[in-house]
Design a protein around this ligand. Structure first.
Ligand code: DQA
Length: 168
């Protein structure tokens, strides 16, 4: 898993004032582009991350992207985000439908989390209709391919701006 920018390196005043957002991707999303493109589209994970960094620049937010196939590593990333991020755009992948621990991690951190899915989970198998995390997220976007991340990021930035939280 890629780690966020070093917390030890001193930030310039301008960087320090910037909203900081974690884009967190769960299991199997490292295979995007090759994985069931008819369901998830042809954009790779790096492609999505590049789009998010560019959109962040446009909207004045600093974006850090991480992916892990491991539940514990995702929980650690959420805990860590409390210390440096203003919010999280999170695609928990298959853990969406199974993980009490990820739900608890989202509840435990105070920063807003937006749940995103590339596919429309409600148009798929019944086991995907249930999300254990939705109730503890600020919002949810599903079914717009990689644009789900874009919509989620725009919504999260609006929420953070309205809350007036900039410094962590
Ligand atoms: C997904 C939907 C999940 O049901 C699935 O397990 C995924 C991807 C999505 O982005 O559409 O891995 O989160």
């Amino acid at each position: 898993m890629r780690s966020p920018q070093s917390k030890d390196a001193p930030l310039s005043e301008e960087e320090d004032e910037k909203m900081k957002i974690l884009i967190l991707h769960g299991p199997n999303l490292n295979l995007l582009g090759a994985r069931e493109p008819e369901v998830y589209g042809s954009m790779t994970l790096d492609g999505i991350n590049e789009k998010m960094v560019l959109l962040g620049k446009e909207l004045g937010a600093e974006i850090t992207c991480m992916q892990s196939n491991h539940e514990g590593a995702l929980i650690d990333a959420l805990h860590d985000a409390r210390t440096w991020a203003n919010g999280v755009v999170f695609n928990p992948g298959g853990y969406t439908h199974t993980s009490v621990s990820l739900r608890d991690a989202i509840s435990a951190i105070v920063i807003p989390v937006i749940e995103v899915h590339l596919s429309n989970v409600y148009a798929r198998e019944e086991f995907r209709h249930k999300s254990l995390v939705s109730a503890v997220c600020k919002g949810k976007v599903s079914g717009f391919g990689w644009h789900s991340y874009e919509l989620g990021l725009r919504g999260l930035i609006d929420i953070i701006s309205a809350l007036g939280i900039i410094k962590v």
